[in-house]
Write a protein that binds this ligand. Structure first.
Ligand code: SAM
Length: 247
């Protein structure tokens, strides 16, 4: 394999999922999502679908009515990783990964996940509107979205955009759209630090293995910028909230 191929493969290699979330926090969210046997689970902006696979497994696939899942994303490599994960866990007959725009998916499901993908719908409020149309009556939505924990500097606001709201603003936006908040929790500092560390870790390791690669300088600059922006800008300022919403 060329080092360039190693570079592509290393990108998200150290991440369990692409969001600040510890495994025990994920287990709590799945418990609150309450996936029932036979449910249809949909993940819009699924990445490689680790949480989708766990949600389907939590619903159960061996009983008389198997739980089924669909993950939708625009990243072909992530979807391929999701298919491999599903096959490794014998879930490939139960979970389908579809290349497509999250906002173009219209088939409703009993349980819907949208984590870190509100931008695919045009931002927080637009996502809360659009997702209402794909959650079946009596269903639940696990919505993971960014919010300002503290007021951002203009430089930080420029990175994440002016659509980001505060936590009370996020709860209010959900309530105004007819959602009931069944659960709310936020990523803590260690979850954020682990997320940021694992986001860069695959490529940090690549840099250490291939320091002479012609791409190394560009990758080093990108990773250095990201770390600088995090510790010097949005660490403790940008939050990530997980809401389980019902309607
Ligand atoms: C922050 S990641 C979160 C991935 C996943 N939900 C997770 O928690 O691991 C956001 C995901 O949204 C996907 N995405 C971005 N724009 C999209 C679009 N228009 N339609 C579908 N997916 C999109 C990205 O490819 C990426 O996988």
């Amino acid at each position: 394999m060329q080092s360039a191929d190693h570079l592509a493969a290393s990108r998200y290699a150290r991440m369990r999922w692409n969001t600040p979330l510890a495994p025990e926090h994920a287990a709590l969210l799945l418990q609150r999502l309450d996936v029932r046997p036979g449910a249809r689970v949909l993940d819009l902006g699924c990445g490689w679908g680790e949480l989708l696979l766990r949600a389907v497994a939590a619903g159960g696939v061996s009983g008389p009515v198997a739980t089924r899942g669909v993950g939708v994303d625009t990243d072909g490599d992530a979807l391929e990783r999701g298919r491999r994960l599903a096959a490794d866990r014998s879930l490939n007959r139960h979970v389908t990964f579809v290349m497509g725009e999250a906002a173009a998916w219209h088939e409703p499901a009993d349980r819907v996940l949208s984590i870190g993908s509100a931008h695919a719908f045009g931002g927080t409020r637009a996502a809360l509107d659009a997702l209402a149309a794909v959650v079946r009556p009596g269903g639940r939505l696990l919505f993971g979205d960014a919010y300002w924990e503290r007021p951002p500097t203009p430089e930080v606001e420029q990175i994440f955009g002016s659509d980001v709201v505060t936590l009370p603003g996020l709860v209010e936006a959900a309530r105004e759209r007819g959602w009931r908040v069944l659960h709310l929790s936020t990523a803590d500092q260690r979850e954020w630090d682990d997320f940021e560390s694992t986001w860069v870790a695959g490529r940090q390791e690549w840099l250490l293995s291939y320091p002479e690669d012609p791409r190394a300088a560009g990758v080093r600059a990108e990773l250095d910028d990201r770390l600088r922006q995090y510790v010097g800008g949005y660490r403790g300022v940008l939050g990530l909230a997980y809401l389980v919403l019902g309607r």
